[in-house]
Structure formats: C-alpha cells, structure tokens
Design a protein around this ligand. Sequence first.
Ligand SMILES: *Cc1c(COP(=O)(O)O)cnc(C)c1O
Length: 384
Amino acid sequence: MSHLFPTYQRWEIEPEKAAGTILYGKDGQQYLDFTSGIGVCNLGHRPEPVEIAVKKQLELFWHVSNLFPQSIQEAAAKKLAEESGLDCVFFANSGAEANEAAIKLARKATGRKKIITFLQSFHGRTFAGMAATGQEKIKQGFGCMLETFIHLPFNNLESLKAEIDKDTAAVLIEIIQGEGGIHVVTNEFIKEAEKLCAENGVLLIIDEIQTGIGRTGKPFAFQHFGIEPDIITVAKGLGNGFPIGAAIGKAKLAEFFGPGSHGSTFGGNPISLAAAIAVMDIIFNEGFLEESSAKGGLLFGLLHNELGWMEVVKDIRGMGLMAGIELTVPAQPILAELRKSGLIALPAGEKVIRLLPPLNVKQEEIEKAVSLMKCALSNYKVTV
Ligand SMILES: *Cc1c(COP(=O)(O)O)cnc(C)c1O
C-alpha cells in the first residue's frame, strides 16, 4: 500500500526531470507543461538565475529563526512593497497562511468579525481559508466552520451593497477566480467594492495568490483596475517552486501586527527568499511583462480562432497567461486525452480547462498546445 494519505487524485505521469516548459516523464515521454505546477513555476522549471541565487544562499545559511534581523527579508519586502504600492510584508510559507495572516490582521485592525467573500472562490485549506472559500465541496465533513464568513454571488453589486456594513472587517476577493473556473471580476464591481469598503471602514483584501507575480500581465492583477487594496496576499508564483507566501498591507496596519501578535517558524526562510528575489528581478524587470502579455494575446487569439467555434466550447475567459476554456462537457476526460498527446493542462471546476503556462513560454509552444487542444476536442466530439 501507499503510505501517503490519499488526499490527491494523481495523474499517471511520474516526472523524472523538468526544464523550462518541458516535463520529462519516467515513461520516457516529453510533455508540454501548461500547468507550471499550478501557477507556481512562472519562469518555467529550474530557471538558471533562480538556481544560482538559491545555491548562493545555500552556502551562507539555511535557517536562523526570526529572532535575527535578515537583510534578505528586507530586500524581498522592499521589492514587494514597491511593486504593489503597499508598505509592509509578513512572510509565510504558503497561500493559505498568507490569507490567515491577512484575515487575522483585518480582524485585529478593525475590531470587527464579519468577512465577505464570494461564491466559487478559493482561499486555501486551513480553517480560516476553508471558511473563507465559497465552495461547499472544500468544507464537507469538517464540521462547523469559523463564524462570520459570508459568501456573496461574484460580480453582484446589489448583494454586496446589501451586506456590507459597519460590522464588516474585510471584503476578500480574487481578481480572477482561479480554482473556481477562471471567472474575471468586472471593472464596475471591483471599483464599486473599493468605494463601498472605503465608505464603511472595511478593508479590501485581494487574494493574488494565483493571479499575482505577473500571471495576468501586470505584477498584480488588481493593477489592471486602478484600485488601491489595503492588503494583498501572494504565494504560488513568488518562489517559482520554493515554498513562500506573503501578506502585504498598508503602513496604517503595522501597529496591529506588533511583536508577539503573529509569527511563523519557517516564514521568511532565506532559501525561499533568495528564489523570490531572483524571480522578481526577472518578472518585474523592464519589458518582461510586455512580452508576456503579448504571448497572452497570442494564446487568446489562437484559442478563439481555433477552438472558439467548436460546439463543445462554451466560453473562453481569462487575462494574460491565465486562460480558462469552459466546455459543455466534463474537462477531466479531455485533460487525460491531452496528456496522452503530450500536453499537461489543469481543470478549474468541473467543465473548465485551465492553462497556466510559464510567463516566458515560447510562441511555438503556445501554437503546439492550441493545436493539441484542437485535436483532442475534435476527437472528443466524434467519440461521444
Ligand atoms: C492556491 C490558492 C490558495 C492556497 O494556496 P496554498 O499555497 O495551497 O495554501 C489560496 N488562494 C488562491 C486564490 C489560490 O489559488
């Protein structure tokens, strides 16, 4: 028997090694990896500058505890603050922990309990993350949830207006619901949400765990809308595979996260931070995201032209290099077909194929992926 808890449904491919957009299976096959480890390896597998930065830190120290000042934490925090327009960073090890930090901070800073989130949202698997998540399947069997999380329909202004009040600590929202099916927030909704938050003294928290670090063509997805959140959370793409998460907030919140208020043994680990700094140096550098956005334009253009007309394709949504293809049929069997033909892609909900290629994916890799999808989707129609 396997000695692992069977928490994950595993694919049939066991990776041997990986480089760039290519994953080499132990089966001797090569696969085009359009998952980036669920939006983590935004620079592809094993980008050299990140490897060099990590090796350099490995020879200095691996862990010393947060009792010491560490300039590598200051350097990473400065970059995150500069790029986001926010001020202060708390480092954690994962997305769920970043959201935990944000939720604790919001409750403490406002002295209020109610947190508004949205249906189909995903905010992680810890108790607060799970309670914040607007999908029943995530909570099944775990008993009563943390109180005072309210889930409203996404992009529905009337329900937000009716629910937000002076007892509300925060509105927590994804700019693009990633796990929930690639649903993009509307400009009107997020702008109004910002205004309603300001009017009621409510903190606006943007969960950028999947959309951040360049995934949508800007450093953070909220920047497409000219809004100013109070807190954002990041994780996945920040360390390109080294575990790290962060909650980034406005300076006015600093007094509520004083010594002893929150902490993490591994949070701010220098190996992960060395990776994160190298990642940000590349992704936030002049020109990188322009090129990546152009690749996103190419991807969406091809998806619309090659697949948009198909009967099985209901909708194509997303931004930058975060794409969802909603089908009229379940996605899983098609994803299995795609793997057989050499393309690894993700589901997002039951009927959506989600593509999260690395941000430096090559043009010919995009063309190949779309042609493999076209093939798998046309074949599917014939066999059903
Ligand atoms: C993945 C994800 C999380 C949870 O991150 P973990 O690192 O798995 O804890 C939270 N929010 C969003 C939007 C995510 O995509």
